[in-house]
Design a protein around this ligand. Structure first.
Ligand SMILES: [Zn+2]
Length: 282
């Protein structure tokens, strides 16, 4: 039997198929093969199997283009799914997942953060991070989230968490938390200094930061404490934490009016405009 070999089986599969004629397709008088009614290229071809000629289906030009378009669409969708998975796994707080540079006020610190993203490859190689310090509500978390999302958009795995979350981890789960964190390329930790001043807190925070230091993971740390506050922690159990952070991170100071105050003012202005038909004169 001719279909015993693999070649035979494949031939059998091909021979079993017939090109499907759609509306407008036609058989050529010249070669007797089926042609596409749209692009006028062959939908059938003649192939030689074991010295015998057979007519088998093939893809016409517009069919090939359609196939390629679908393939590209599929690839794009796979990429989108991968990026979204990175975002969901990396940024625990879902309200920070749609924070983007494009929507920011473009202030000097935001520009520096954009430069951080633009030079990510060098920064990653040098293992340099940022220490964002300043009063509550001056946009530190927002700026850090802009960096996180922009890098994730580029396919870089970023973990954005906070110290209270790290501290809520039990002693037994700590190694696993550190192991998982080290799978990310950049680690952003919000709110250094809000933890309670206990031996367990300081040991846990130190363990986490030290792991990043030893594994050469760039870190971005935010804190409501001022740089001066951080530097004068001498003698306290937090001194070694801040020393480590200052070894790894370049300070970026956030000053100016609180972003939350600004947002409140903007909202009040919008409301005033709706109710009274004019914005506040300032
Ligand atoms: Zn066609």
């Amino acid at each position: 039997m001719a279909l015993e070999s693999l070649g035979g089986i494949i031939s059998g599969m091909l021979l079993g198929r017939k090109a499907e004629a759609e509306d407008g397709d036609y058989y050529s008088n010249a070669d007797g093969l089926l042609y596409c009614g749209k692009c006028h290229t062959q939908k059938e071809t003649i192939t030689d199997i074991n010295g015998e000629s057979f007519t088998v289906p093939c893809m016409c030009k517009c069919g090939e283009e359609e196939w390629e378009r679908k393939e590209q669409e599929w690839q794009k969708e796979q990429h989108r799914i991968r990026i979204e998975n990175l975002r969901v796994s990396g940024i625990a707080d879902d309200s920070l997942r749609d924070v983007r540079f494009e929507d920011s006020d473009g202030c000097e610190n935001i520009q520096k953060c954009q430069a951080f993203v633009d030079h990510w490859d060098e920064i990653n190689a040098q293992n340099t991070g940022l220490l964002m310090s300043g009063p509550v509500g001056t946009g530190k978390t927002y700026a850090a989230a802009c960096i996180a999302n922009a890098l994730i958009d580029r396919g870089v795995p970023v973990l954005m968490t906070n110290f209270p979350t790290i501290l809520s981890t039990s002693k037994f789960e700590m190694n696993e938390l550190v192991r998982q964190a080290m799978e990310y390329d950049l680690i952003i930790v919000d709110d250094l200094g809000v933890e309670r001043d206990t031996d367990y807190s300081s040991e846990t925070v130190y363990q986490f930061i030290d792991a990043c230091y030893r594994r050469k993971k760039p870190m971005i740390v935010t804190t409501n404490l001022s740089l001066k506050d951080l530097r004068v922690q001498e003698g306290l159990r937090y001194k070694r934490i801040y020393d480590r952070v200052l070894q790894m991170c370049v300070p970026m100071v956030f000053t100016g009016e609180s972003r939350r105050v600004e947002i409140r003012k903007e909202k009040a202005n919008v409301l005033r405009e709706i109710v009274f038909g004019k914005a506040e004169e300032s």
